[in-house]
Design a protein around this ligand. Structure first.
Ligand code: GLV
Ligand code: GLV
Length: 322
């Protein structure tokens, strides 16, 4: 049986796996397996180790005649046509939980970095502009005692709420469904989106990409936020209308934005958002700690092995296949 890896992966499990299975692996680090190569290689593959940069759409599944399991090294699966997979009885595995703390930590990183203007400040030194300590030099925003609004109270949102509570923040959230259990356990309060935007000092986007969440933050929504508040996106770029975000930042109607994800990735260097001082942009590194990525690889590999052995995956997205 053949396992197709669309990325160069390292793992102690691979040695054993390659004794039992034919392993075909894209061998360039941090580059994407070209589409034509992907469609060609998947034709006789029994399993695929994929990630958020591969598009597993109807065309892909048409080519995947022998596929028994899809395993993505990610929590998000908006790049995978689940209907097409389910129709063919193919389970889709993903890697939740192990990355929740790392992603929540990156949300905090962006909150702090925006609030204290860390990137601008360093640039200021590098450009040799620092002449003396200044009473209001790079004066930013405070986090302790401020109000955090979380959009999407899932696994990552709950961890972020806990971390924020330790920083003495007030936490409110919005979600498709109200979660009264989380409200009690975490001491957080539910709000409709508009109220959350009006009240929050920090708004963190954690909702997955879907038709319902497409461009859920646009100019109208951003204009409800306070001029001192900060917007952070660590979920998917499609949840934000970047033209609206650019306009609001340009008008200085919010304080700053910290973005780990974009409508089109990689974001191009001449993208208007990158021309602004009050934007911090990162290359989609939410879960990128060494420890977390090792665990994601391990779970993704186990999902493949389970799938090939007709066992339940550790985390199945389309449970309807069973
Ligand atoms: C990263 O964005 C993921 O979905 O794991
Ligand atoms: C700043 O360094 C201070 O001493 O207040």
């Amino acid at each position: 049986m053949k396992i197709l890896f669309t990325r160069l992966i390292q793992s102690p499990l691979l040695e054993q796996i390659s004794k039992q299975y034919e392993v075909v692996m894209w061998n360039e680090e941090n580059s994407v397996m070209p589409r034509n190569e992907l469609l060609k290689e998947v034709a006789d593959a029994d399993a695929i180790f994929t990630n958020l940069t591969d598009r597993l759409d109807a065309e892909f599944f048409e080519h995947a005649k022998r596929l028994k399991v899809v395993s993505t090294m990610a929590v998000g699966f908006d790049n995978i046509d689940l209907q097409e997979a389910t129709k063919r009885g193919i389970p889709v595995g993903h890697t939740p939980d192990v990355l929740s703390e790392a992603v929540a930590e990156l949300a905090l990183t962006l909150m702090f970095a925006c609030a204290r203007r860390v990137v601008e400040s360093m640039q200021f030194i590098k450009e040799n502009k620092w002449e003396s300590w200044g009473p209001y030099l790079f004066a930013g925003q405070k986090i302790s005692g401020a109000k955090l609004g979380i959009i999407g109270m899932g696994r990552i949102g709950k961890i972020l709420a806990k971390q924020a509570k330790a920083l003495n923040m007030d936490v409110i959230y919005t979600n498709r469904r109200r979660d009264e259990k989380a409200e009690k356990e975490l001491n957080v309060e539910y709000r409709e989106l508009d109220s959350l935007l009006k009240e929050s000092d920090y708004v963190v986007m954690l909702t997955p990409a879907s038709n319902e969440t497409y461009h859920m933050m646009g100019y109208r929504e951003f204009s409800l936020m306070k001029a001192t508040s900060i917007f952070v996106n660590v979920s998917r770029g499609s949840t934000v209308d970047e033209a609206g975000l650019y306009q609001i930042l340009r008008e200085n109607k919010i304080f700053a934005a910290g973005l780990d994800v974009f409508e089109v990735e990689p974001i191009q260097q001449d993208h208007p958002l990158l021309s602004l001082d009050n934007v911090i942009a990162l290359p989609h590194i939410g879960s990128a700690t060494k420890e977390t990525r090792d665990k994601m690889v391990e779970i993704a590999l186990k999902n493949i092995l389970n799938g090939l052995n007709n066992e339940r995956l550790l985390h199945t997205v389309n449970k309807e296949v069973y």
